[in-house]
Design a protein around this ligand. Structure first.
Ligand code: SF4
Length: 238
C-alpha cells in the first residue's frame, strides 16, 4: 500500500521539512528526549517497531509516552524465543504491542512459490514477508522509530536520529542511532530491560530462524544474518 495516498502533497512536504529540521536539532539529544519529541509531535500517529531482539527502544518509548504502539512483524519464521520475547514485552511494559502478519501464511507461500523461498530468493521472501506487511502496517502513521544504530554496519553508519523515509513518505526516527553496543548493554543492565534469550546463546543479531545463525567470537554482529547469501539487509531500511 502506498502510504502517501491518504496525505496531501502539502502534508508530505511539511513532514519532510519537519524531519530534516528535527534531524539537525536533535542530533545531540538523549534518546528519551528524541522519543518525547516524536510522541509530542505525532501523538497516536507515531509507533515504534521492534524485532524483539531486545526491548530497549520499546522501553525508552514507554518512558516517553506510556501506552505507545510497538509494532512487531511476525514473518511466520521467527524463533519461539522471539515470539516469547514479544509476549513478555506486552506483559511487562506499558506499551500497546501490535503484531503484523504477511498476506500469506508460510504454507500458502510454499504452495505458490515452492518451499524454502528464503534459500532460493531471499529478496523476494523478505519482500513478501517483511517489506509489504510493514508498509501496510505503517500506513496509519506519520512517523516510526527503529532501533537502528550507526555502529551496526557500514550501511547504517549515516543513520540520522530523525530522517525522511522517502519510500514510505514517513518521518523515521532512530533514537539510539548514536549508541554503541556497550551503551545498549549498559541500558539493559541499568533498567533490567527484557532481551531475547538467544542473545545469551551465541546469536548477536536475530531475525528469521532460517536466515540467522550464531556468530563466532570476534565476528561482526550481523555476520549471522543471511550468511553466505551476499545479503545484508531485509529491505525494510533501504
Ligand atoms: Fe524470508 Fe529469511 Fe527474509 Fe525471513 S529473513 S523474510 S525467512 S528471506
Amino acid at each position: 500500500m502506498d502510504t502517501t495516498t491518504s496525505r496531501s502533497a502539502a502534508r508530505v512536504e511539511e513532514l519532510r521539512d519537519l524531519a530534516e529540521r528535527a534531524g539537525r536539532e536533535l542530533e545531540d539529544a538523549d534518546a528519551v528526549d528524541i522519543l518525547r519529541w516524536a510522541t509530542d509531535t505525532f501523538g497516536d500517529r507515531f509507533c515504534v517497531t521492534s524485532s524483539m531482539e531486545d526491548a530497549v527502544v520499546a522501553h525508552l518509548a514507554s518512558r516517553a509516552r506510556p501506552g505507545v504502539d510497538v509494532v512487531f512483524l511476525d514473518t511466520g519464521y521467527h524463533f519461539p524465543e522471539t515470539i516469547g520475547t514479544r509476549d513478555a514485552v506486552a506483559t511487562v511494559l506499558d506499551v500497546n504491542v501490535r503484531t503484523l502478519t504477511p498476506a500469506r501464511t508460510v504454507a500458502e507461500q510454499d504452495a505458490e512459490w515452492g518451499p524454502r523461498l528464503h534459500e532460493r530468493d531471499p529478496d523476494r521472501c523478505c519482500a513478501l514477508r517483511k517489506v509489504a506487511p510493514l508498509e501496510r502496517g505503517l500506513a496509519g502513521y506519520d512517523a516510526w522509530a527503529t532501533g537502528l544504530r550507526r555502529d551496526e554496519s557500514p550501511t547504517r553508519a549515516d543513520t540520522p536520529v530523525v530522517g525522511w523515509d522517502a519510500r514510505r513518505a514517513l518521518v523515521k526516527i532512530a533514537p539510539i542511532a548514536r549508541w554503541t553496543q556497550d551503551d545498549v548493554a549498559a541500558y539493559v543492565a541499568e533498567h533490567g530491560v527484557l532481551t531475547n534469550p538467544l542473545l545469551q546463546d551465541g546469536y548477536a543479531s536475530i531475525g528469521c530462524a532460517p536466515c540467522t545463525r550464531r556468530v563466532a567470537e570476534g565476528e561482526d554482529a550481523r555476520a549471522g544474518r543471511w550468511a553466505g547469501l551476499g545479503k545484508t539487509e531485509c529491505g525494510l531500511h533501504g
